[in-house]
Design a binder for this molecule. Structure first.
Ligand SMILES: [Zn+2]
Length: 191
């Protein structure tokens, strides 16, 4: 398995524990989320501390060996967050199309909900819906997280306001959970 050194803290880690940043041919600085772009990458821990340090101290440029306009560290963090969120939404959309993700509209269908492996509950869900959803999660042993708002789901997953999504398939649930967890880890890291 491939390893690289974090440009900020200097620790060597597996690539999957690091984020790879590239300078696109257009000159734009971007996260190579899947680490598949055939471009020289600069690796940084998936932590706010290392991302901020790399941007603030111009360590990205040093590691690239050429000058790249990375923007302020807050902009880099925002970009990373956007990329991770877009990935979660794309997994939810594709899962919905493939029948592996259902929305809270299916709450009453026990045959469906009892198969759920993971739930994303919108952060602004009303108290009534929230207690219903949390009750089901407890009853069927469904792991859950609070992720974004009903309006975010409306805009990015489907054109209806939804309180929550339930992921029915194990591998998809694992992918979504990992992505959300990494996003949390990046955001919670000390500034
Ligand atoms: Zn680091």
């Amino acid at each position: 398995m491939k390893e690289n050194r974090c440009a900020a803290c200097g620790l060597i880690k597996l690539n999957r524990e690091l984020m790879k940043f590239v300078s696109l041919p257009t000159g734009e600085f971007a996260l190579d989320f899947k680490q598949t772009m055939p471009l020289k990458g600069v690796y940084v821990c998936a932590e706010k501390k290392c991302i901020k340090e790399a941007a603030d101290k111009r360590l990205f440029n040093k590691a690239f060996g050429f000058d790249v306009d990375t923007g302020a560290s807050d902009a880099v963090l925002k970009h990373v967050e956007d990329v991770y969120e877009r990935y979660v939404y794309s997994l939810l959309r594709n899962g919905r199309g493939g029948g592996k993700v259902v929305s809270s509209a299916m709450l009453k269908d026990v045959n469906v909900i009892s198969r759920a492996k993971y739930s994303l509950i919108s952060g602004d869900v009303g108290d009534d819906n929230k207690s219903k959803i949390l009750h089901l999660c407890g009853k069927y042993n469904i792991e859950y997280c609070f992720f974004k708002t009903k309006n975010d789901y409306y805009k990015n997953v489907e054109g209806k306001y939804r309180a929550a999504y339930f992921v029915l398939e194990n591998s998809l649930a694992g992918k979504i959970k990992n992505t959300v967890d990494t996003l949390r880890q990046i955001n919670n890291g000390s500034a």
